[in-house]
Design a protein around this ligand. Sequence first.
Ligand SMILES: Nc1ncnc2c1ncn2[C@@H]1O[C@H](COP(=O)(O)OP(=O)(O)O)[C@@H](O)[C@H]1O
Ligand SMILES: C[C@@](O)(CCOP(=O)(O)O)CC(=O)O
Ligand SMILES: [Mg+2]
Length: 319
Amino acid sequence: MEIIASAPGKTILFGEHAVVYGEPAIAGAVNKRATIRLKEASDVSIFKSNDLGFEAELDTVAKRYRLKKGKPGIIKYILEILHKCHDHSPIELDLSLDIPIGSGLGSSAAVTVATLAALFKYQGKKFNKSFIAKKAHEIENNVQGMASPLDTRVSTFGGLIYLSKDKKISKFDTNLKSSFVIGYTSKRGNTGRMVKSVKSLKNRHPMVVTPIIKTIGKITDEAKIAIIKKQEFKLGELMNINQGLLDSLGVNTNELSRMVYLARKAGASGSKITGAGGGGSIIACCPRNQDRVFKALSYHDNAIKVNFSNRGVFVKEIR
Ligand SMILES: Nc1ncnc2c1ncn2[C@@H]1O[C@H](COP(=O)(O)OP(=O)(O)O)[C@@H](O)[C@H]1O
Ligand SMILES: C[C@@](O)(CCOP(=O)(O)O)CC(=O)O
Ligand SMILES: [Mg+2]
């Protein structure tokens, strides 16, 4: 018997970093996914991925791995899941990933959500999406040191969502008239590191940084109305203001800034970092000229035309 589980990556339109401090956020699942194939193994647990070029044997009791090929990294999420949620009987996990890793597109959340869904199904456990989202958030939080429930919720439920201050999600209509383009370089970010650096900036300057975080929350609430009323110019302006505040939190880089301004020059109504920053991606709102912005960003970097995906995690069994 083999289990296959698949979960989407995401892009954050408004509120990254501020959401870690309880502010609202808006994010959408994208149709780029992490897929886990899981089956029984004969001896030790194995984790491999052709897409990432790695293979490792896992000792889930000692929370250690022996790397046979490739780089570690995402393996920490898998180890934490096996440690917390599995009885240590040997299994083989195979990961296919078409989400660029460390690019602010939520590969860590998608891998976590897909692995949990596959494992629960394998164990014959009764579970629903709320349970997966809750466990996935715990895992991201443990591995990263600090994490909001945003990425794991979007990956679990799919769609374009608003996460409120009291951690409730509501879905927008994904047939948004606005179109978006994501641009990313090969320079990766590391979410855990960026979240920690914002925290230490906040600790050093609480009176300055706390209001910035609260203002990002206010921008998100304005953006929610702009999305519902389909006010694309306003949405773009709000993205630009959000970008200025993300820069002030120290998560911008030369490359991200270059792409942000390139997108605006190519006609985007607004553009900003998406995800943790420090490398990774930007997102541009392009109501009328998606092709032009896509072409401009593709010239030196990589670009994706965003298609929000309503499909969250799903799991199936093959006999
Ligand atoms: N080539 C790689 N192979 C395996 N893991 C990697 C590789 N590059 C980065 N990682 C790890 O993948 C994870 C990416 O998660 P994160 O930093 O949250 O970014 P995102 O979720 O936006 O993709 C990090 O734990 C990082 O250490
Ligand atoms: C910076 C943050 O708001 C989003 C991180 O997203 P990503 O891992 O860069 O895709 C952190 C979080 O919400 O846990
Ligand atoms: Mg992540």
